[in-house]
Design a protein around this ligand. Structure first.
Ligand SMILES: [Zn+2]
Ligand SMILES: [Zn+2]
Length: 602
């Protein structure tokens, strides 16, 4: 997801990044010789290594905390909250452990978790405020025609929306402005497959069965779904045996639309299962670099039914056709600087000077065509731009809670969460044939439209949705085209809303409360609340990175603190008693609610 790492992006935008190397203060500029300064990054690397060993964040973000009761101001380092090893291994490992905890919490639940409908709380309100600010910034950039900055702001908005979902906020804040609801003829073609329907019972739990000795078992499932074959691949490297015959275009399009296919699968499952199916899923690449998904499913759906659903599930992409490029090379649409009527967009044919159809016009045309064909009884004449289905290989396992096998599967689900899509199979790094395969897939993705706003639509003679100046086909900045994502720009973890009835933030809080209790700290005392962002008493603000002490210094400080903390924790856990009341122990403050990859597809 992330993508995937939306967390670091949020921080990068909202909170200035700490400096990468200790630069800095006027004091050390005068004291250290140039040669001495040149050696300093090495010291930083050592500090980083030690920090990693101690599980301390290596890219902490400094915030200014003001105690509104006493007026006291302190600088506090907050963990960066990255989910990828490549950004910050300690934070990534922590995020992964939290995900495993979340997975375990919901898989074999024997009571229906009832999600609370609480009034909005402070973190939610704060985040909505931040979102409003970023929205204003984005709109300002749009008005100025600064596309790159506007896009960056839009990405931040996506991350913030994900955070809001994580904080338990449902629904979208900003409705899709141009996407007015209309029933398209093409939409109606996206029919539900012909599957046996069952009335849904008002439970998220599957059936139980009683063994010979009277023991009640509550079985659950582990299901892996894959995409179809695009050509034969080498079993160990995943590299196509005949690259020239491998269907890279199909692979690229399937990866782009994979998340929609997963949505459909869940919808169809709920239709046939007879209960409100809950799942925890992770998405990762296979060796051949096609994404596949592992689902932990609560309850059991009969195997034959599950196979039937997987085979019958498909997603049709009702986009304009992209078989033949209209504009390529130097022959590209031009932006009309004088375009004032935003409804007609601003891209012109360079020769005729006429406006290209806008995204909405192109969809309307598609619709009219579909209607025409439907009226004349030639429904099959109009085809979607793409249809994505699952491959024949689906792995279905039944599991009993608490068995070693169930536990092993949780590790399996979380295994690749700290790696981006392109680096999950570390052992193939440096293998030239694998690199070649990756290159060809990236090339195939280059001109594939990834979304209605993709700049690649210009190549096919259509103005992208929200067209702006400066768009070039082949230069879309969306995640899907990037080497780290290989077409899949969606979230890496999908968690249904009633999985554990708790958000990731709830789970994090739970663990914090557990640690506080173990250490004998009353959660309402000052030492426990000083790090609490939700407390009204303390105001948290980002600071200019130049105001922060050098990173190496901060890392060393954090390592010392961690050692004190760990010693106290270990002795509390071993029953040697909680630390003295006046111990200098301070807990890591909770990091700003991280952007996570959980989402709700129901
Ligand atoms: Zn970190
Ligand atoms: Zn794109």
């Amino acid at each position: 997801m992330t993508v995937i790492d939306s967390q670091s992006r949020v921080n990068a935008t909202l909170t200035p990044e700490p400096l990468a190397a200790p630069v800095a203060s006027s004091a050390n500029l005068t004291r250290n010789s140039r040669a001495e300064r040149a050696r300093m990054p090495v010291a930083l690397h050592v500090a980083e290594d030690v920090a990693i060993q101690h599980g301390v964040c290596i890219r902490p973000i400094t915030q200014r905390v003001t105690d509104t009761y006493t007026g006291e101001v302190t600088l506090v380092d907050v963990p960066c909250g990255a989910t990828l090893d490549s950004k910050c291994p300690p934070c990534a490992q922590r995020a992964k452990r939290l995900r495993m905890h979340q997975c375990r919490a919901g898989w074999h639940a024997n009571t229906d978790p009832i999600p609370d409908a609480d009034p909005p709380n402070d973190p939610q309100r704060d985040l909505v405020q931040v979102r409003a600010d970023v929205t204003a910034v984005r709109d300002e950039f749009l008005d100025l025609g600064d596309v790159d900055s506007a896009e960056a702001a839009a990405e931040t908005l996506d991350a913030l929306d994900a955070e809001l979902v994580d904080l338990g906020v449902r629904g979208r804040l900003e409705p899709d402005r141009t996407g007015e609801r209309r029933t398209r003829s093409t939409k109606r073609r996206q029919d539900a497959p012909n599957l046996p329907k069952k009335t849904m019972a008002k439970t998220t739990l599957g059936q139980t069965f009683t063994g010979n000795g009277g023991t009640v078992y509550r079985p659950s499932m582990f299901v892996t779904v894959t995409l179809p074959s695009y050509g034969r691949v080498d079993r160990t490297t995943g590299v196509p045996v005949h690259p020239d015959r491998y269907d890279y275009q199909g692979a690229a399009r399937d990866a782009i639309h994979f998340s929609r296919l997963l949505d459909r699968l869940v919808q169809n499952l709920r239709r046939v299962a007879g209960y409100d199916v809950q799942y925890f899923a992770t998405i990762e690449p296979q060796r051949r670099l096609a994404p596949h998904a592992h689902f932990a499913i609560r309850g059991v759906i009969p195997r034959h039914l599950l196979r039937q659903v997987i085979a019958a599930t498909y997603h049709q992409v009702w986009w304009p056709a992209t078989d033949e490029p209209v504009y390529a090379g130097e022959h590209l649409p031009v932006w009309d600087e004088d375009a004032v009527d935003l409804d007609s967009g601003g891209y012109l044919d360079p020769v005729t000077g006429s406006y290209l159809p806008t995204w909405d016009e192109a969809l309307n045309d598609l619709d009219d065509l579909a209607q025409l064909y439907a009226d004349t009884g030639n429904r099959d004449e109009i085809r979607p731009q793409h249809v994505v289905r699952f491959g024949a290989q689906a792995d279905i396992k039944g599991l009993i809670s608490g068995t070693p096998d169930a536990d092993r599967r949780i590790g399996y689900l979380a295994k690749y969460l700290t790696k981006d899509i392109a680096h999950c199979h570390q052992d193939t790094d440096g293998d030239l044939t694998v690199a070649g395969h990756t290159d060809r897939l990236v090339e195939a993705l280059r001109y594939e439209p990834c979304s209605p706003t993709c700049t690649n639509w210009l190549r096919y003679g259509i103005q992208p949705k929200n067209a702006r100046a400066g768009m070039t086909p082949g230069a879309c900045k969306a995640k899907a085209h990037k080497r780290e994502h290989l077409g899949y720009g969606g979230r890496r973890v999908l968690v249904s809303r009633k999985w554990s009835g708790k958000t990731l933030a709830d789970h994090r809080h739970e663990r914090r409360a557990f640690v506080l209790a173990l250490l004998g700290i009353d959660p309402t005392t000052e030492s426990a609340t000083a790090g609490d962002k939700t407390s009204d008493r303390y105001v948290w603000e980002p600071i200019n990175p130049n105001e922060a002490p050098p990173l190496a210094t901060r890392l060393l400080h954090a390592i010392t603190k961690r050692q004190t903390w760990r010693a106290a924790y270990e002795s509390a856990r071993n029953g040697t008693g909680p630390p003295a009341a006046n111990s200098p122990l301070t807990l890591h403050p909770p990091k700003p609610a991280p952007a996570t990859e959980g989402h709700e597809t129901s």
